[in-house]
Design a protein around this ligand. Structure first.
Ligand code: DQA
Length: 141
């Protein structure tokens, strides 16, 4: 049984209500329940969300030495945070960067990721299924 931490960053607490045309109409909690049922025998999936950059870093430190992988949607901090890149580099657990939307098909500032180079891989553009695809990748490690 692998231990996987999902970390969602700023504004992702509003999934289901926030720009549904871009991020979908489904709240994350229901999706998480389905994911846990589907992978119950193979993965322990823990979930954390914060709008605060330092709390995301703390969670990477807390889980990055004991978990088998981290799935990280850093939201807009993806495009700005060298501190998150350093946190990812600081821990041995593989981190997968995920995005619900295809950031490369959006505004130019979303094309840049400050964290991708430190990550094991990147999944974007598949809606909430991006998280499941990242999980599949981590379970194959
Ligand atoms: C996002 C894409 C980011 O550019 C944006 O700031 C988000 C969500 C996504 O999941 O598509 O907050 O990470």
């Amino acid at each position: 049984m692998k231990k996987i931490q999902i970390i969602n960053g700023p504004n992702l607490n509003l999934l289901g209500r926030r720009e549904p045309g871009v991020y979908g109409a489904a709240p994350f909690e229901g999706f998480l329940e389905d994911l846990r049922s589907a992978y119950g025998g193979r993965a322990q999936i823990d979930y954390f969300q914060s709008n605060i950059e330092g709390e995301l870093i703390d969670k990477i430190h807390e889980t990055g030495f004991g978990y088998d992988g981290i799935i990280l949607n850093a939201g807009a901090y993806t495009h700005t945070s060298i501190a998150l890149q350093d946190a990812i580099r600081a821990v041995p657990a593989p981190v997968v960067e995920v995005h619900i939307s295809n950031v490369h098909a959006r505004e130019a500032f979303r094309h840049v990721s400050m964290i991708a180079a430190a990550c094991r891989g990147v999944v974007c553009g598949f809606g909430l299924d991006s998280y499941r695809l990242a999980l599949e990748g981590l379970l194959k490690e």
